[in-house]
Design a protein around this ligand. Structure first.
Ligand code: MG
Length: 500
């Protein structure tokens, strides 16, 4: 027993060390690496991934886990939790043949290149044969995992353990109907008719300054985190006390860099507050799902970052950076602008209301592909029809339509729904927190985020993977995923913003 326990903990420690090295390689590639480093960097990353996979599925590791798992009664509660979690993880990994992982990796490397080329030429056909191969591989993958129920559940499970198509279809069809209704109402309002852009082009230095102010206010510790620039914003952890976030200042759009910084800082705070002590460097010290991780970023970005008290705090910082731009802009105009609803083609630039429709569209297409309801070739047309149905606009080409996201080229089918799941969870958490802390608005307005952060630590962060995501939400909010809470939040917000 002792020998097995020692081995299992040592192995997890070394696996998380290797994971940190992989994260560092990936972060560098996205931020500072010179372009021509890419060939050797891919080899370096592939080698680390291979080493990790070999150790994860090694017979010796499995034997020690089995030894412990047949003696669970003799283990402490903490060891029991670690062993159970580990056994489930490894059992799943061992279902996938190494040869399949290699095939998938080769296919997605080529598919990513084809996707970039297709975007450059605005020609979906360059990408479609690659996507067909990926869909076939995904179906093969489902065969290995083979969860009961819908095929897509086996894909979903990698990102949102325990979630099912049936449950999502139920939540998303309600949400879709409600979002379209709210959008139609807003469109009929004179305020919508008359809304306009406010020019907020600031220098990169000002962008950076404001982003650093907001992460400091959010209490992201400087000695454990840093902010850099990449094409697409992301968060990655290299160790227990080292988390990196990125943003992009070059889009000329101040709000993009600002909100993506707030979003990624929300992810980073979660990463830094995972369970440590006896769970440090174990499978427990991680998030149970991408949806729950996303709930932390959406919570800060939307519930806090787009709220009125938050802008009472932050508007002066913006004004200070560029007084001449804001001379003729009142606080109310600015607050409305920050929350402006406007159907648009690109998901990552969408407003808070229409964002989820972009994701539901992708979910419907992915499920249809897995059900063989339609072919990869018909995706561009279906995409455009669904955009028209949900948002009332049609992409003028595939670059602003079906080719806009990189997810499918990387074989990430089943990933998109986690964005909406996280958004719904965030609304549920915010409602609960507001009930428990009636002073929340004045705390936000005064930049006092300590109580909010502590509440998130107590209710979400500290559990790591001790429970499933939906269970953690149930414990805190009294129920699992419930899009009605999110819809009510949106109705409240937009009925006052658009006077509808
Ligand atoms: Mg995110």
């Amino acid at each position: 027993m002792k020998e097995s326990l020692d081995f299992v903990y040592k192995e997890q420690k070394e696996l998380s060390t290797l994971g940190g090295i992989a994260a560092l390689l990936g972060w560098d590639q996205m931020t500072y690496m010179p372009k021509l480093g890419v060939v050797e960097r891919s080899e370096q990353s592939a080698l680390i991934s291979k080493l990790i996979h070999e150790r994860v599925i090694s017979e010796k590791f499995w034997q020690h886990i089995q030894n412990l798992s047949t003696n669970l009664d003799n283990l402490s509660e903490n060891d029991k939790a670690v062993v159970k979690r580990l056994e489930e993880d490894i059992e799943k990994s061992r279902k996938i043949p190494s040869e399949f992982i290699e095939r998938m990796s080769k296919t997605t490397t080529l598919a990513y290149q084809a996707w970039e080329e297709a975007r450059g030429k605005n020609d979906y056909n360059v990408f479609s044969s690659h996507l067909e191969k990926i869909i076939d591989l995904e179906k093969e993958y489902c065969g290995y995992i083979n969860l009961p129920g819908h095929k897509y559940d086996s894909l979903l499970d990698d990102y949102e353990e325990g979630m099912t198509v049936e449950k999502l279809k139920h939540e998303f069809s309600f949400l879709k109907k409600e979002l379209i209704e709210i959008l139609e109402k807003i469109k009929s309002s004179p305020i919508y008719e008359n809304q306009k852009e406010i020019d907020v082009k600031l220098s990169e230095e000002s962008h950076r300054k404001i982003c650093n102010v907001v992460i400091e206010k959010m209490q992201l510790p400087k000695e454990k985190a840093r902010l850099d620039v990449s094409t697409h914003p992301f968060t990655t952890s290299m160790g227990n006390d080292d988390v990196r976030i990125t943003t992009n200042f070059r889009r000329g759009d101040l709000l993009f860099s600002f909100f993506s910084t707030v979003h990624e800082a929300g992810h980073a705070l979660y990463e830094l507050n995972m369970p440590r002590d006896e769970f440090k460097n174990t499978v427990i010290s991680d998030s149970p799902s991408l949806g729950l991780h996303e709930s932390q970023s959406r919570f800060w970005e939307n519930m806090i970052g787009r709220s009125k008290p938050f802008w009472k705090l932050f508007y002066p910082f913006f004004k200070e950076e560029s007084a001449h731009l804001y001379n003729n802009v009142t606080f109310d105009e600015w607050y409305r602008y920050v929350n402006q609803v406007k159907p648009s083609m690109i998901r990552v630039e969408a407003d808070e209301l229409t964002y989820c429709l972009h994701v539901i569209l992708r979910f419907e297409l992915e499920v249809g592909l897995m059900e063989d309801k339609f072919s990869v070739n018909s995706l561009p047309q279906l995409w455009n029809e669904k955009m028209d149905e949900m948002l009332g606009i049609t992409p003028k080409n595939d670059v602003e339509g079906v080719l806009q996201d990189m997810h499918w080229s990387g074989g990430s089918i089943g990933y998109f729904p986690t964005y909406v799941i996280g958004t719904i969870y965030a609304a549920q958490l915010f409602k609960k927190l507001s009930e428990e802390n009636p002073n929340i608005n004045s705390e936000i307005e005064n930049g006092e985020f300590g109580n909010i952060l502590m509440w998130l630590r107590e209710h979400i962060h500290k559990y790591g993977r001790l429970m499933a995501a939906d269970e953690i939400i149930k414990n805190t909010c009294g129920e699992g995923l419930n899009s009605k809470i999110f819809v009510n939040y949106l109705k409240d917000k937009y009925s006052s913003l658009y006077e509808v």
